[in-house]
Ligand binder design. Structure first.
Ligand code: AAO
Length: 657
C-alpha cells in the first residue's frame, strides 16, 4: 500500500526498508511500483501458477510526528489522525482513553489491552472495533483479491483483537475465479503474532482465523542445526507451539534476520552452511506451513532498504548464468538445495509424519511415509546404507541428479559428496531436472518470453453429466480381519446446504455398486454393497447389508491384487497387492466439476479413519488433472479410474477403457 517516504537529509536513515510499514493509504503505489505494475505482476504470476500474498499493514497508519506526502502522492498528518487518501479521520483511531500506558505506546506485553489498544512504536493505532474501519480494511483486502491476490500476511496481528480481524476477513471477497481460483475460495490468511512465551498474547488466541506465525520455530531450528540431537523435538507442544495445522513456520524473516522484532537465536544467509541445513530440514519435516526467505544483502546496516537506482526506486534483480542472483540480491530461494527441497516438500505433502528416523549427531535422515526420503550431513561426506521406507526402484537424487537405487527391502546407499550442498533427497514422482527455466535477467521491465513451465492441466476433460463407471483404488496393507471402507461426497464447506440426513444430503453422491466377482473372496464386498446407494459422509445407510452380523462402516472396498494367480486378482489392478477396490456407476452431475472427495476407514483396528490428506498439484496418469479446490480428503474424478494411497496425498487418474 501507499506508505511513508523518508527522504535524504533528515536525522533518520534515508528510505529505510521499514518505511513501508507506515501506511498512508490503501492505494497500490509503493517503492516497488505503481498500481498498473502491481496488477501486471499479479496476473502474470497467476498465469504461470505463482500465487501472490500481500503483506498487509492494517493495525495502524504512519507514526506520530509524521506528516507530508506518501509514496502515492496522498497528503497526511499523523498527529491529526488525518489520512485523506483512505480516508481516515480521528474517529477511526483507538480512543486515547482506551490505552492504559502513560505515553500512549505499547509498553506492557503482559497486558493484552495495552498490546492491542496502544500505539506500537508510536504507530497510530486504528480502531478495529469500528464498523467503518472494518469495512475500509475489508475493501482494501477485496481490492487486492479482485486483482488476483491469493491471500495476506497480516502485519502486527498480535496488536489487533481477533474479533476485529475476523470481522474484516468475513467482509472480504472470495478469490477471483477469472484468475484461476475455484469458485467460493476464501483468501489464505496468516497472522504475524510473535509469541515466545513472553507475554499475554498467544498464537492460540488466533486459531480459527488462518495460520499463525510460529517464531519459536526460528529459535528451535537454530538450536537444532547447532546440535542435531535437538531436531526431533522441533515441534514442542509443551512449549505452547501452535498445532501443526495452524503453525506458519520459517527459518528467518525480514525482522529477525536483521535484529528487529523477535530476533535472537536466528540463522540467516550470513551463515550459509547452517542456513542451507536449516531451510532444507524445515522443508523436509512435516510441521507447519512453510515459508522461505529471499533477501537482499544489507551488510551491517539494519535500516538500509533494497538495492536501489539513483532515484531510490528498487533496482532489478539480476540473475547470473548459473541461476544465482547478483546486483545486491541474495535470492536464497535459488540456492540449489533450497530450490530442490521446495519440490520435495510438494511431493511429500500427503505424508503427515517423519518415519525411519536416523540421527547420529552428524547425519540426520528420515522418510515422509513412503513418498520421499531426506538426509543431511553437518560435516564431511556421507556414504551409508539407510532404510528409506520407499518402494524399490531407481530415483533421481534432487540436488545432484545422480541415480539412487532403493532395494526391495527399502534400504539404499545414501551418498553426499558435495560439502557445499550437504543435502540428499529423493521422492516419488519428482525428477531433478524439471527445474524452472532460468532466464538471463529478470526485473520489473522484462516480460518473460519463455514462461516458467507449470505442470500440465488435465489431459482429459472433466465428466460433469450423466452416470459413468468410476473405479477407486486405495492402497493399504491391513491385518487379518480388517476391511477398508470409504466415505465421501462433497465437503460441506464447498457445497452449501449439506445436512446430516443421508437421504436428502446434497453433499452425498448417488452411485450403484458394481460386482467384482462372486467367489467367496468377494462375500464381504457383496454383502456390504447391498443397499449401498450413495457415496456419503456417514456410516451404514438404512437398509445396507451386513456381513456375519457386522454392519458396514461406509461404502465397502474389496482387497485386490495385480497377480493373476491370486483370488483377489482384478484386471484393472496394475499396481500390486493390497489395492482395495471400489467399482461403481456414479452420477457425475452431482460432483464438483467432475471431482468428488473421499476418505478411507479401516474396520477392527486402531487406525480407523485416515488422517487429513493434502493432495496437491497434478495427479499422475493418462487422465491426470488437479482437484478444483483444496480439501483435507482425497479427490477423485468421476468417470475415471482413481488410485490413492492410505494417509497419502498421491493420486493417479487413468482412463477407463
Ligand atoms: C520505525 C522506527 C521506530 C519509530 C516508528 C514510528 O524504527 O523507532 O518509532 O518507525 O515512526 C518495522 C520496523 C520498525 C519501524 C516500523 C515502522 O521493525 O523499526 O518503526 O516498521 O516503520 C513487535 C510487534 C510486531 C512487529 C515487531 C517489529 O509485535 O508486530 O515489533 N513486527 C511487524 C513487522 C515489522 C514492522 C511492524 C510490525 C510495524 O514485521 O517489520 O516494524 O508495522 C517482543 C514482543 C514482540 C515485539 C518485539 C519487538 O519480542 O513479543 O511482539 O514485536 O518485542 O518490540 C526476543 C523475545 C521476543 C521479543 C524480542 C524483541 O526475541 O523473545 O519476545 O526479543 O526483539
Amino acid at each position: 500500500m501507499e506508505h511513508l517516504v523518508i527522504p535524504e537529509g533528515t536525522s533518520e536513515p534515508a528510505y529505510p526498508w521499514w518505511q513501508r510499514y507506515q501506511p498512508i493509504s490503501y492505494k497500490f503505489e509503493s517503492r516497488s511500483g505503481n498500481h498498473d505494475e502491481f496488477v501486471d505482476m499479479v496476473q502474470r504470476c497467476n498465469a504461470v501458477g505463482v500465487r501472490i500474498f500481500v503483506d498487509a499493514v492494517v493495525n495502524h497508519m504512519a507514526g506520530l510526528g509524521r506528516s507530508g506526502t506518501g509514496s502515492g502522492g496522498s497528503s497526511f498528518d499523523s498527529d491529526q489522525h488525518d489520512f485523506p487518501g483512505v480516508p481516515y479521520t480521528d474517529v477511526d483511531f483507538t480512543p486515547r482513553e482506551m490505552c492504559n500506558s502513560g505515553d500512549g505506546n505499547v509498553n506492557n506485553y503482559g497486558d493484552p489491552e495495552n498490546v492491542r489498544n496502544c500505539n506500537l512504536v508510536g504507530l497510530t493505532d486504528l480502531y478495529g472495533a469500528s464498523s467503518e474501519v472494518r469495512q475500509k480494511v475489508a475493501d482494501y483486502f477485496s481490492s487486492a483479491v479482485d486483482i488476483g491476490v491469493a491471500g495476506f500476511r497480516v502485519d502486527a496481528a498480535k496488536h489487533m483483537w481477533p474479533d476485529d480481524l475476523k470481522a474484516m476477513m468475513d467482509l472480504t471477497n472470495n478469490l477471483n475465479t477469472d484468475q484461476g481460483f475455484p469458485a467460493n475460495t476464501r483468501p489464505f490468511f496468516y497472522h504475524e503474532v510473535i509469541d515466545r512465551n513472553d507475554g499475554a498474547v498467544t498464537v492460540q488466541q488466533y486459531y480459527g482465523l488462518g495460520r499463525i506465525t510460529e517464531f519459536r520455530y526460528c529459535q528451535k531450528i537454530t538450536w537444532g542445526i547447532d546440535d542435531f540431537s535437538q531436531l526431533w523435538g522441533i515441534y514442542d507442544p509443551g512449549w505452547g507451539m501452535a498445532d501443526p495445522d495452524k503453525a506458519f513456520v520459517f527459518v528467518d524473516n525480514h525482522d529477525n534476520q536483521r535484529g528487529h522484532g523477535g530476533a535472537g537465536d536466528t540463522i540467516t544467509y550470513k551463515q550459509p552452511h547452517n542456513y542451507r541445513l536449516g531451510v532444507a530440514f524445515t522443508l523436509a519435516q512435516p510441521y507447519g506451513f512453510t515459508r522461505i526467505m529471499s533477501s537482499y544483502d544489507f551488510g551491517t546496516d539494519t535500516d538500509v532498504g533494497p538495492p536501489h537506482k539513483s532515484d531510490w526506486s528498487t533496482d532489478d534483480v539480476v540473475v547470473t548464468a548459473d541461476g544465482q542472483c547478483s546486483n545486491g540480491w541474495v535470492c536464497e530461494h535459488r540456492w540449489p538445495s533450497i530450490t530442490k527441497m521446495v519440490r520435495f516438500r510438494n511431493a511429500v505433502a500427503g505424508a503427515l509424519t517423519a518415519d525411519n528416523k536416523y540421527n547420529d549427531g552428524n547425519v540426520v535422515a528420515f522418510s515422509r511415509g513412503n513418498l520421499g526420503f531426506f538426509a543431511m550431513i553437518k560435516q564431511g561426506t556421507l556414504s551409508m546404507n539407510l532404510q528409506t521406507g520407499m518402494p524399490a526402484g531407481t530415483y533421481s537424487e534432487l540436488v545432484t541428479c545422480a541415480d539412487v537405487t532403493v532395494n526391495g527391502d527399502g534400504t539404499a546407499q545414501i551418498t553426499i559428496t558435495n560439502e557445499e550442498e550437504p543435502i540428499f533427497a529423493i521422492c516419488q514422482g519428482c525428477s531433478c531436472d524439471d527445474a524452472p527455466i532460468v532466464t538471463a535477467t529478470q526485473g520489473p521491465d522484462i516480460t518473460p518470453t519463455t514462461p516458467v513451465p507449470t505442470t500440465p492441466g488435465p489431459t482429459e476433460p472433466s465428466i460433469t453429466d450423466g452416470v459413468h463407471r468410476t473405479v477407486i483404488f486405495v492402497q493399504k496393507q491391513t491385518n487379518d480381519g480388517q476391511d477398508l471402507f470409504v466415505r465421501g461426497g462433497i465437503d460441506a464447506t464447498v457445497r452449501p446446504g449439506c445436512t446430516d440426513d443421508v437421504t436428502t444430503d446434497p453433499c452425498a453422491i448417488d452411485h450403484t455398486v458394481n460386482s467384482l466377482g462372486t467367489t467367496t473372496h468377494y462375500d464381504k464386498y457383496n454383502a456390504w454393497s447391498e443397499g449401498d446407494t450413495k457415496l456419503d459422509w456417514f456410516g451404514a445407510e438404512a437398509g445396507q447389508g451386513t456381513y456375519g452380523g457386522q454392519a458396514a462402516s461406509g461404502t465397502p472396498l474389496a482387497w485386490t491384487s495385480s497377480n493373476p494367480s491370486n483370488p483377489g486378482y482384478q484386471p484393472l489392478n496394475k499396481y500390486g497387492d493390497h489395492y482395495w477396490m471400489l467399482d461403481v456407476d456414479m452420477d457425475c452431475s452431482q460432483t464438483e466439476q467432475g471431482w468428488f472427495e473421499l476418505k478411507a476407514f479401516v474396520s477392527n483396528s486402531g487406525d480407523g479413519w485416515e488422517g487429513d490428506i493434502a493432495q496437491a498439484g497434478n495427479c499422475k496418469g493418462a487422465a491426470g488433472g488437479s482437484a478444483p479446490y483444496a480439501t483435507k480428503n482425497h479427490v477423485g474424478r468421476c468417470g475415471y479410474l482413481n488410485v490413492f494411497s492410505f494417509d497419502s496425498g498421491s493420486c493417479t487418474v487413468e482412463i477407463l477403457a
